[in-house]
Design a binder for this molecule. Structure first.
Ligand code: MIC
Ligand code: SF4
Length: 643
């Protein structure tokens, strides 16, 4: 039988394991990326491994999250640490201002057919180029930089069969919002979403990247497009024609499931607060007053997106509505430079838009928090409650077309009412200037790593005993995000300081959580479905580990977070019978006995001492994961194995 694109790339990188969906396998990683908010921990872990130079084909350390460097020395110190460390260990360093890691990587480094592992959940953006690009915790990325393989459950492959062509005022964002509506934030778990069919050829690489980027919101392992003539054209325009290879699914390729989307039938869509899958048609919300519009983020900040925005303002002679605050963050310095040279930027400034740096900015709650109770329309990928920095803000996710229409009229407006749709041509040649990417030092012995006081040593986990006892410190509902566990925004500057950052754990839900956990000497957390969705930040495991949380019992887990918990020696356990979720309350005293036997057999019995009941739990760990947990996490496990 023929192979699909996913199988072709995965199987050419297979190190061990079976190509059977759900079974653990190991793949070789060609490239890695990190960003500053996850990078410091990843590199501290890499350093602890004692490998003198990275063993990948290419590793890039980006600074794009905390570029404002506000309120003190912390971020700037972190950036100095990252730059010196990159230089010493053979890593390229993309300086603050060069752009958002995923956009820059797509433009300048991604290679069709290769594998990419990144310490950011939107790493699948490069799937738009035909890469298998996976988001993971920093520790997994550190292992890959050291030449170790990446372990994952071999995925099911879903074909999204595209036919037809998008109509005017409808764009790639609407396609992925349509999929989120159909599949929900759990719909992609354990799967690679592969795009195929005759409609693929009508989408440019940046449009494909908008779609693969938000595959992260489906919970998918990754998303991928074939590498075709459109890919070749894009790479040629980036002066990288030599990086292109064709990757197409065989005519008789097998897929585990197929979803059909007629691009011609997709209409402008919008995700309502507070979940990327709360999607409806824009026309259903027309007329709602809008206070803020933000265009940017790794989802929608390409040359095409910004030129389109600019052209809409220019052609219609429109201005930003006086009651709307509109911001634009270009995805990369290349985008910013190009729109400034062709005057696209001037039209945005003339229209009244506020121009921000080429960085994540408001997407991660770094500034531009909306006013109380405000409605904010953003071209971003996440609208979790409080992520914008304003707890009661109502954030909606939209395409650039829908964003501009709202910025002009001050109310949610179907963009199809804006008249003639401007055409943005992809440039035949992009402006190439890699001078803000610093290559590593030729002589590493001359580089001293700079460490400011914000860089605190990594906390260590203890090996797992045979029994655990403690209280339920908090009981939570479904779809708890890693933003809920370890928030970003004003806490971001403590990403390199785990003792301080642990004070943020669950702070938006229970401000006293960390004090309670410390007073109890640790304990347990109960969660619902899809616990730990969203960001890949391993701090959502590291900080609870620091607070001595020993196990999380939930109905189900998001992939990256489950791996992060195991990496840091916390047991992610699921209810054998999900109804047992109701049999545990906050403050109940729990006991786990015979853990070692249970870990080897996939059945663990939990005693609810308070309620005098017993509950059966499952875990589904691979033998490697069992050994990792017994050792107290990946660092202990690899040290013990002498790796
Ligand atoms: C995000 O979009 O939530 C982030 C910030 O990029 C995270 C990484 C982080 O928390 O540092 C992600 O997506 O993994
Ligand atoms: Fe940055 Fe937002 Fe993309 Fe995360 S989702 S990498 S914060 S732009």
């Amino acid at each position: 039988m023929g192979k699909n694109v996913t199988q072709k790339v995965l199987e050419s990188h297979m190190v061990s394991g079976e190509t059977v969906a759900g079974k653990e396998c190991k793949i070789r990683i060609d490239q890695t990326i990190t960003q500053d908010a996850t990078g410091t921990m990843a590199y501290l872990q890499f350093e602890a491994m004692g490998v003198p130079r990275v063993k990948t084909k290419l590793s890039v350390s980006y600074v794009d999250h905390n570029t404002l460097q506000y309120g003190g020395f912390e971020n700037a110190d972190d950036h100095r640490f990252l730059q010196t460390l990159a230089s010493k260990f053979g890593i390229y360093f993309s300086r603050p201002g060069n752009g958002i890691c995923h956009q820059v990587h797509l433009e300048r480094f991604g290679v069709p057919g290769q594998t990419l592992l990144g310490s950011d959940s939107h790493t699948p953006t490069s799937g738009g180029l035909g890469m298998i690009a996976i988001g993971a915790g920093g520790l997994d990325v550190a292992v890959a930089m050291g030449g170790g393989p990446f372990s994952l459950n071999y995925p099911k492959v879903t074909l999204v069969n595209l036919k037809g062509k998008l109509k005017a005022w409808v764009s790639a964002k609407d396609v992925i919002l349509e999929l989120l509506k159909r599949l929900t934030v759990k719909g992609g778990v354990g799967k690679v979403i592969e795009y195929g069919g005759p409609g693929v050829a009508s989408l440019s690489v940046p449009e494909r990247a908008t779609i693969t980027n938000m595959g992260a919101e489906l919970g998918a392992t990754t998303s991928i497009f074939p590498s075709d003539a459109v890919t070749k054209e894009f790479l040629t325009a980036q002066d990288r024609a030599g990086d292109w290879t064709e990757i197409a699914a065989d005519a008789d390729a097998h897929y585990d499931e197929t979803i059909d989307i007629d691009l011609g039938k997709v209409v402008p869509m919008i995700a309502k607060p507070h979940s990327p899958d709360a999607v409806c048609k824009v026309e259903e919300l027309e007329g709602m007053k809008v206070d803020q519009v933000c265009i940017g983020s790794c989802t929608n900040s390409s040359y095409r997106d910004l030129m389109l925005t600019s052209e809409i303002f220019k052609k219609g002679g429109f201005k930003v509505h006086p009651e709307v605050s509109m911001t634009i963050s270009p995805g990369s310095r290349q985008v910013l430079d190009m729109i400034s040279l062709n005057k696209g930027l001037s039209h945005l400034i003339e229209a009244g838009a506020r121009i921000l740096e080429s960085t994540c900015g408001p997407c991660i709650g770094n500034g531009i928090s909306p006013p109380s109770g405000a409605v904010s329309l953003r071209t971003f990928n996440r609208n979790f409650e409080g992520r914008s920095g304003t707890k009661d803000a109502k954030v909606y996710l939209v395409s650039p077309e829908v964003a501009v229409a709202a910025a002009i009229y001050g109310v949610i407006t179907d963009p199809r009412k804006l008249g003639k749709y401007p055409k943005v041509k992809m440039p035949a040649k992009f402006l190439i200037d890699d001078s803000m990417v610093v290559p590593p030092a030729k002589d590493p012995s001359k580089v001293t790593i700079s460490r400011g006081p914000n860089i605190q040593p990594l906390p260590a986990a203890a090996p797992l005993g045979d029994s655990l006892k403690g209280k339920v410190l908090i009981k939570l509902g479904n779809n708890i995000t890693t933003d809920d566990i370890t928030p970003a925004g004003t806490w971001l500057k403590y990403r390199s300081n785990v003792p301080k950052y642990s004070e943020s754990v669950f702070s938006a839900i229970d401000a006293k959580f960390h004090e309670k956990a410390k007073a109890a000497g640790g304990g347990f957390v109960i969660g619902g479905e899809n616990y730990g969705q969203g960001s890949s930040r391993e701090h959502a495991a590291l900080c609870p580990m620091y607070l001595k949380i020993k196990a999380i019992v939930a109905k189900s887990f998001a992939r990256i977070h489950k791996d992060n918990l195991i990496n840091f020696g916390i047991l992610p356990l699921t209810f054998a019978n999900p109804a047992d979720y109701d049999a545990i309350a906050a403050d109940d005293e729990l006991e786990f006995n015979n853990l070692k036997a249970g870990l080897h057999s996939d059945t663990i019995t939990l005693k609810n001492v308070t309620k005098h009941t017993e509950i059966k739990l499952k875990h589904g760990y691979s033998p490697r994961q069992v050994d990792t947990l017994l050792a107290g996490g990946t660092l202990n496990y690899t040290t013990a194995k002498g790796k």
